[in-house]
Write a protein that binds this ligand. Structure first.
Ligand SMILES: Cc1cc2nc3c(=O)[nH]c(=O)nc-3n(C[C@H](O)[C@H](O)[C@H](O)COP(=O)(O)OP(=O)(O)OC[C@H]3O[C@@H](n4cnc5c(N)ncnc54)[C@H](O)[C@@H]3O)c2cc1C
Length: 370
């Protein structure tokens, strides 16, 4: 089968390609090289010039530009993606999962008479007797089973999971961009503004670079014979506010509410990391007051850079499961870390939008090294 590849991308609020889109471009480039197939980059933007300012090598670049595309809206995004697909005539359409395109990908596949697979973690080319074919992997049952899929149906839409590919950084000079006209349907949805949950209400942030894990130790009796759950909550939320990190938990800690023990009110089973929880993909992880038992640590499978703060020098983390273990009282360490982070935020004025500035993970590292 002669293949051709389209990667659907969109601009973010700054006009540049979104992080997920850049990951999609990498996936498309790799597949194009593996198959020796032509690559098209399709861009949805208000104004294409910024979004297409990266060189895409020898890929053809198509752009749908319209003022209405400043906002994420099903009708306009689906129409723009459909126009790009019809202009590109691709057999494989790669879409990187971000909130905007995840919503429309299946609908666009339907309009094109194609099929879609979601939660793709890798796209591979296998050589068989009849030539090269595409195989994709995805996980089922909370990532405990990995399946390898291939299909004959075309166009085949592949919605790839965030964090599975490196972000594309540019390839040679900027090439020519072809404008693709789009006729938008009547738009009934008007976006009047964005209302985000308060910082301390939103604790699960899949796009954060850093994961903070809270373990049951936070609510256990401390050296003074007392529990300090309220202080623990303040320290944890303070760290999240300062860094924009995502919050994970051990099973023991989230189970405690049901067992009648002291609880941290902002934690739910959605935060649980591990064998019976989730396996998030963050670049770095910091475990606090958690023992690092195997059923918990399997949830760290995709986290490469791991650190832990535990009072127990023989905890699971110290047995080869973390890169660095601080044998220390997490109450004291996190108070100091938060102090340093607050000062760093003050200095770079990112305190107004801590979620946006994930670049500060280096400062987090520096602060953790107390
Ligand atoms: C089938 C099965 C599935 C499971 N699935 C999961 C799962 O998905 N996720 C999961 O997390 N667990 C899971 N578990 C449970 C898991 O085995 C552990 O029991 C659990 O992870 C322990 O949680 P913890 O480390 O927070 O608590 P604990 O084992 O109680 O450890 C608390 C730690 O905090 C430390 N500590 C206390 N005070 C401080 C302080 N001031 N400073 C620093 N450190 C301190 C202590 O030294 C201790 O190491 C599963 C178990 C089974 C049998």
């Amino acid at each position: 089968m002669v293949e051709s590849i389209l990667v659907l991308t969109h601009a973010d609020e700054n006009g540049m390609l979104s992080q997920a889109s850049l990951e999609g471009v990498t996936a498309g480039k790799d597949l194009s090289v593996g198959l020796g197939a032509p690559l098209v980059i399709g861009v949805v933007a208000v104004n294409g010039s910024l979004a297409t300012s990266l060189g895409f090598g020898n890929a053809r670049v198509l752009c749908v530009a319209d003022e209405a595309l400043a906002q994420s809206r099903y009708a306009s995004d689906a129409a723009a993606c459909e126009a790009l697909c019809r202009a590109a005539h691709a057999s494989i359409v790669i879409v990187a999962a971000g909130s905007r395109f995840t919503r429309v990908a299946a609908g666009v596949a339907f309009r094109l008479g194609g099929l879609i697979d979601t939660h793709i973690t890798s796209i591979n080319v296998s050589a068989s007797g009849e030539g090269r074919s595409i195989e994709v992997t995805r996980s089922f049952y909370r990532q405990r089973i990995e399946a390898v899929l291939s299909r004959d149906a075309r166009p085949w839409f592949l919605l790839i999971d965030a964090g599975t590919h490196a972000a594309f950084t540019g390839d040679g000079p900027v090439g020519e961009v072809e404008d693709v006209p789009v006729e938008l349907p009547s738009l009934r949805t008007q976006v009047l503004g964005l209302r985000a949950p308060q910082q301390n209400a939103l604790t699960i942030r899949p796009e954060a670079k850093l994961l903070l894990v809270a373990g049951a130790g936070w609510t256990k009796k401390q050296a003074d014979g007392q529990t300090h759950a309220a202080e623990a909550g303040d320290l944890i939320l303070g760290f999240l506010r300062n860094t924009g990190a995502s919050l994970g938990s051990s099973k023991s800690l989230v189970d405690q509410g049901g067992d009648g023990g002291p609880v941290l009110p902002f934690l739910t089973h959605m935060n649980q990391i591990g064998q019976t929880g989730s396996m998030p993909r963050h670049a770095k992880g910091l475990s606090t007051c958690c023992h690092g038992e195997e059923p918990h640590v399997v949830g760290w499978r995709f986290i490469a850079d791991r650190r832990a703060i535990s009072l127990d020098p023989n905890c699971g983390w110290a047995r080869g499961k973390a890169d660095v273990v601080y044998v220390a009282d997490a109450f004291k360490v996190m108070a100091k870390v938060n102090e340093k982070l607050a000062a760093a935020n003050e200095a770079n004025s990112a305190v107004a939008a801590p979620d946006r500035d994930f670049q500060r993970s280096q400062e987090v590292d520096a602060a953790v090294l107390v």
